[in-house]
Design a protein around this ligand. Sequence first.
Ligand code: SAM
Ligand code: SF4
Length: 383
Amino acid sequence: MPSVFIKTFGCQANKSDSERILGDYLARGYVETAKWREADEIVLNTCSVRQSAEDRVRGFLLNLSKYVTESGENKPKVILTGCMLHFKEKELKELLPEVDEILPLSEVGFNQKAIRKDKTSAWVPISTGCNSFCTYCIVPFSRGREKSRPMPEIINEVKKLAEEGYTTINLLGQNVNSYGLEKTGITLRKLYLNKDNFNAASIPVNSTQYEKPKDTPPFVILLREISKIKGIEKITFFTSNPWDFWDELIDEIANNPKIDRFIHLPVQSGSNRILKLMNRGYTREAYLTLIEKIKAKVPDVVFGTDIIVGFPGEADQDFQDTVDLVKKVGFKIAFVARYSPRPGTASYKLYSDDVPAKIKKERWEILDQIANKDNLDNRPLVP
Ligand code: SAM
Ligand code: SF4
């Protein structure tokens, strides 16, 4: 039987896609191997969020080439998928000549049975892509515009998981709050490539890309439906964005004991000036008000966050504002990243990457210490 080795880079969305890619291979009669040197086919599920993630893919392929040359073994077939597909196919072939085939993300889809290693806790995608316009982010280019998965499909998958003995469901999307609310979406490449008209003011504000719900938001309905499924004891979700964390969602969390009390709410910066350059569409005051509102209704809530340090123009005072916000909220975990300019994004085009690497590293260490090392107790296990 032919064998496949899947190497996953990056976030939980990629890990979840890899579970479905493996499902597809097994359905076609392949066996999984844990050793890439023994594989007939190697699938690289790539990440592009930072340059270092793309460099790791390059490093893996260089190792593979070296091994093939030195050992005289046949080269396995290399298939590339994931976020590096923001490059055009021709560019990818030049950049990574070892790649034999591209697997478009649309072919990965939602519907192949996922092969999960964990037998009690399952990741379930509810949407793909992203309709937002955070200036630093490559995800809307690599994953495309936001697309929600039909609710009956999600419910069916969760029912099957419950029958198999799963008790925890982790719902996954770039912005789960807006599930089922996306508008058509603006064509990113057109917007960003139109250089004559392109400036920071021409980038739409994130919250404008969703239909404001008149009634109960679909995500709240989804949470309720999943809670009714026999056997499901705990529901978590990643990621929520601050601009559409509706009151009804807060009430649902407060009233539904199956929903986890850990909420991942990326803030990215505590400086209003930087938040504006990032086009996040909220102020530090609005973020802190939201945190207070949630804490008031859900007293046992704990928060996680994502922060970028060293965004273009981030001065000492901007960073101090972030430190201050982190201390005020008391996050249980923070994923702190050093800004990495991503070709094609708005921040890459508009701003120069002017914070020296040494300062980025210092700021990263300070925040990591405050947010992660000073409060090792009671740290949530996910994500
Ligand atoms: N949709 C989620 C959100 O809005 O927070 C997650 C997006 S992204 C896959 C995960 C994290 O990577 C972001 O929250 C951000 O902190 C970080 N990130 C994205 N682009 C980056 C860049 N160009 N440089 C450094 N970190 C970046
Ligand atoms: Fe990227 Fe912003 Fe979309 Fe998150 S919400 S994936 S940071 S564009």
